[in-house]
Write a protein that binds this ligand. Structure first.
Ligand code: SF4
Length: 102
């Protein structure tokens, strides 16, 4: 489950595919139903800040208006997501927040 953006998780659920083996221990992801990025291109959320700052800014704007932003960033930090933007924060920004104890 770790490493997938909300959009991908929702699409996976909607395919009717059999539950994955880790489903019984999976965290509560119901917040993802309200993800503002559900219709966004996933690539937006994996752009490199140093080479593609305008794409990173576009993803951040989507996150800024997302009603589940806090749950999203909490999930990413708790699950040590190493890439992508979650809750409007890049991986480096999340590491900084986590090191300060949030
Ligand atoms: S905060 Fe951003 S990445 Fe997280 S669910 Fe909302 S739009 Fe998607």
């Amino acid at each position: 489950m770790v490493g997938l953006k909300p959009l991908q998780l929702i699409r996976e659920r909607d395919t009717g595919a059999a539950p994955r083996p880790d489903a019984m221990t999976a965290p509560d992801l119901r917040w993802q139903r309200d993800a503002a990025c559900v219709d966004a291109e996933p690539e937006l959320f994996y752009a490199d800040q140093s080479t593609d700052p305008s794409t990173v800014s576009a993803a951040r704007r989507i996150c800024r208006g997302c009603s589940v932003r806090r749950a999203c960033v909490d999930y990413a930090i708790e699950n040590n997501e190493q890439s992508g933007m979650w809750g409007g924060l890049t991986a480096n920004e999340r590491r900084s927040v986590a090191s300060r104890g949030r």
